[in-house]
Design a protein around this ligand. Structure first.
Ligand SMILES: [Zn+2]
Length: 326
């Protein structure tokens, strides 16, 4: 555990960094799906179009000082903006707690920010932009093995294989589900509102759509899970799918019960994003490993098996790694 002033400084910096990145995420989530630049122009009030001054654009603080209204036209500002900033700040603190003073901490801070942006955009538009999924996939394959090999006694080659396995497992599993579902559905003579397009013939194996366009599952989700796999490795991908499926069932079930409409408006993307964050903080597979180990050691003098620890990134994951232990 980090103690005293050092801890306050590190967690405080993580929080501040997260709030600033969260403010940028609001811009990204709004503009990226519209194909607009995320850098310029300055943010404007959607009500009166007046540019928002820097001092009115401080994360969370400005929203509180302005009581949630535009300074010029007094139109309400959506509560979502400060909420996204606060959530990003908390994610960054969680990653600082999880990875300690290592290079992995900033890498996974930015990874969790990319997950949040993808989740927000998928929620709004039912798409995950390639800039995030494919861009993140490339960054994950390049940066994660490098940082892992610098940060721990992991060889670069095995770290690269680990990321490749995660990406192949994540993308491959979801692609297989989508492909088989499409073939079975077509075999059963089912038709879909958007697939194939109205009046179009079913795609044949010689067309790309046969391999890449599935009803009910966007290729965006496949690319997104490949990106998650590049960062989390094969076990992390399995944890992510498990948690995302449970979350999807819970949210979809509650939505259905509340509205009597069983067509949930939520895509799989937000559930995958949440699942990836949760699997970073609570790695299910490692609990299984620890439980098995505790069982194997029960009765022996070494029966104090390590409790569910942090993520096994820096070694084989059997030692709790929370905080800044010497
Ligand atoms: Zn205004």
């Amino acid at each position: 555990m980090i103690e005293g002033l050092g801890a306050s400084f590190i967690y405080g910096s993580a929080l501040a960094f997260g709030l600033v990145v969260g403010s940028f995420l609001n811009v990204v989530a709004h503009r990226l799906p519209l194909g607009e630049s995320v850098v310029s122009p300055r943010s404007r009030c959607p009500g009166c179009e007046s540019p928002i001054a820097a001092w009115d654009n401080l994360p969370v603080l400005s929203y509180a000082l302005l009581a949630g209204r535009c300074r010029k036209c007094r139109q309400r500002i959506s509560l979502r903006y400060p909420a996204v900033e606060l959530v990003t700040g908390m994610l960054f603190v969680a990653m600082a707690w999880q990875f300690g003073p290592t290079l992995l901490a900033p890498v996974f801070m930015l990874f969790s920010a990319a997950l949040l942006a993808a989740g927000l955009i998928d929620f709004d538009h039912q798409i995950i932009p390639d800039e995030i999924s494919l861009g993140g996939f490339v960054v994950g394959l390049v940066v994660v093995p490098l940082v892992r090999s610098l940060d721990a006694d992991t060889a670069y080659a095995s770290a690269l294989v680990w990321s490749l396995q995660g990406a192949a497992l994540g993308g491959g599993l979801l692609w297989t589900v989508g492909f088989l579902h499409a073939r079975v559905a077509v075999g059963l003579g089912r038709s879909f509102p958007h697939w194939p397009g109205e009046g179009e013939a079913l795609p044949t194996p010689r067309e790309a759509d046969y391999w890449l366009w599935f009803p009910g599952l966007g290729l965006g989700d496949v690319k997104f899970l490949a990106m998650i796999g590049a960062f989390l490795g094969p076990w992390g991908v399995l944890d992510t799918i498990l948690i995302a499926s449970v979350l999807g069932l819970l949210v979809g079930g509650c939505w259905g019960l509340a509205t009597r409409n069983w067509q949930s408006p939520f895509g799989f993307g937000p559930a995958l994003a949440a699942g990836a964050v949760l699997s970073l903080l609570w790695p299910l597979h490692e609990w299984g490993l620890n439980l098995a180990l505790a069982g194997a050691l029960a009765g022996s003098s070494a029966s104090r098996a390590p409790l569910p620890g942090a993520w096994g990134l820096r070694n084989d994951g059997l030692v709790p790694q929370h905080g800044f232990e010497p």
